[in-house]
Design a binder for this molecule. Structure first.
Ligand code: OGA
Ligand code: MN
Length: 197
């Protein structure tokens, strides 16, 4: 399931694979996310480093998935993240333990300025992954994830096409979400090398 994904991580430190899940599985997750959004469960995202609301830096809404509450929709996703974590540990000896995950929704015009996923207070977020849930996404719909190196040289521009999985080492790649011209949704998470709960 993850072979080519891991190979690219090994060479580049980041990886993009398409059709990671099939259309039916994708639709199920997208529908679930859509109904949580419709019922007002998504909240304005905070900056992970300072916990302040800051719409100049990001304008997405998130729904955090409780690791202690398994649900019909969340449990199969957890199984996938477990497999990813175990595979990463097997290949790269990262000592990954627990993870935090959320569903994210960028309204039209939403963006997230360039940032690193690691918090200044501790080297705990080790691996970042994002699975896009957008069923009909065009190259000119904006909302690209742009990955840079530490010198802020652009490495890759990624269209948030449904079923596409992106992963990278959290400490090594500053990245941004360019202004999205359509509503944009994803399932994403961070795997830590320590216990979180
Ligand atoms: C994040 C983030 C990227 C994306 O939530 O920290 O960078 O493509 N997301 O959604
Ligand atoms: Mn990020």
């Amino acid at each position: 399931m993850f072979e080519s994904f891991f190979l690219e991580i090994q060479t580049n430190g980041f990886s993009v694979i398409d059709n990671f899940i099939d259309d039916e599985a994708l639709r199920k997750i997208a529908n679930w996310s859509g109904s949580l959004l419709d019922s007002g469960e998504f909240k304005k995202a905070k900056l992970s480093s300072t916990k302040l609301l800051n719409e100049e830096v990001r304008s997405d809404l998130t729904y955090w998935l409780d690791p202690l509450v398994p649900t019909l929709e969340w449990t199969p996703l957890r199984d996938i993240v477990d497999l990813m974590r175990d595979g990463l540990n097997e290949r790269f000896y990262l000592g990954l333990k627990q993870y935090e995950c959320h569903l994210a929704h960028y309204p039209i015009g939403g963006f997230y300025s360039i940032h690193l996923d690691q918090m200044p207070t501790g080297p705990s977020r080790i691996f970042t992954f994002i699975l896009y849930l957008n069923e009909n996404w065009d190259d000119n719909d904006g909302g690209e994830l742009v990955i840079y190196n530490k010198q802020e040289i652009l490495l890759k521009k990624i269209t948030p096409r449904g079923g596409r999985l992106v992963g990278f080492m959290s400490a090594d790649f500053p990245h941004e979400v360019r202004v999205s011209l359509k509503a944009r949704s994803s399932f994403s998470g961070w795997i830590h090398n320590k216990l979180l709960y």
